[in-house]
Write a new protein. Structure first.
Length: 120
């Protein structure tokens, strides 16, 4: 069975994404790192299959995706649906937030994560 998590072939790409985070990703990472939200460990730029997730919590099997301009448009929306379907099939829940939510509603992001935690 092929390895699904953090495939070596994607290592340099994941590292590049971590080193060149968007402003929204960097801001959200400050909130999520060091188990600051519900004692949950998050990873950033974690890959599952051929998909690289913005943030992933293995304990909850939860992916958080930040959607900026690159995610608008029919083609990108279809690719996002394909990725989400693949991840859902692997037992991973995906929640999306627009980049602006990181700045305008960070507490809402925290509350959504804690809702997922409390359901388990």
């Amino acid at each position: 069975m092929p390895k699904l998590n953090n495939r070596p072939s994607l290592r340099s790409y994941r590292k590049n994404l971590r080193n060149h985070s968007t402003a929204a990703e960097a801001t959200l990472w400050k909130l999520l790192r060091n188990k600051q939200v519900g004692g949950l460990k998050f990873r950033r730029q974690h890959s599952i299959g051929n998909y690289i997730l913005d943030f992933y919590c293995p304990q909850l099997q939860l992916a958080i995706e930040l959607d900026g301009e690159v995610h608008s448009g029919t083609y990108s929306e279809e690719k996002d649906r394909e990725r989400d379907s693949f991840l859902n099939h692997q037992g991973i829940q995906v929640i999306h937030f627009e980049n602006r939510w990181v700045y305008e509603y960070p507490q809402d992001i925290v509350e959504e994560i804690l809702k997922v935690k409390n359901k388990q």
